[in-house]
Design a protein around this ligand. Structure first.
Ligand code: CUA
Length: 167
């Protein structure tokens, strides 16, 4: 079989383009250990207290510095656990000063739950065995509702909490 010169060039450029594509894709996917932004830290979902962030006393809002916070949240059907206040009551509302940098750190001890702070860019999926983290700055004062956007059972629609960003 005889191939015309232009056919060879055309085939060669086709194979070459494919190789360049695969090389770019390969480097792009693994360059500098690139990974999805969350869910890379694991823990035992049946013993979440073994992890420092989810010990009873460390749940809820932790102040790290001036306008810098970590919010540790333990989700379960059908509740977000922010720990307890001084009177021993479950915290239902988190109050954060506007302009704060907040690291959200959450996990679930039973099934998959959602973690969406409506009106902000905070939106994570919580999977048993993984810690989901997301850092953001809450600039706009207001009352935000934390909702579960993964169907998790009969009380799914009741699974909400409130985050108040104040001036
Ligand atoms: Cu938790 Cu839906």
């Amino acid at each position: 079989m005889h191939l015309h010169k232009y056919e060879k060039i055309w085939m060669g450029s086709g194979v070459g383009t494919l190789l360049i594509f695969l090389i770019v894709l390969g480097i792009g996917a693994f360059y500098q250990g690139t990974q999805p932004p969350s869910c890379m830290v694991t823990l035992d979902p049946t013993n979440v207290q073994a992890h420092e962030a989810f010990k009873e006393d460390n749940l809820g809002l932790q102040k790290l510095g001036e306008k810098e916070y970590t919010l540790n949240v333990l989700a379960s059907a059908f509740n977000y656990d922010f720990g307890k206040d001084e009177d021993g009551n479950a915290v239902r509302t988190i109050r954060i000063p506007a302009g704060s940098k907040v690291m959200f750190q959450a996990t679930t001890k039973d099934v998959i739950h959602g973690f969406q702070l409506a009106g902000t860019n905070v939106n994570m999926m919580l999977e048993p065995g993984y810690i989901s983290t997301l850092e953001t700055t809450l600039d706009n004062p207001g009352t935000y509702t934390l909702i579960c956007n993964e169907y998790c059972g009969t009380g799914h629609h009741l699974m909400t909490a409130t985050v108040e960003v104040y001036e």
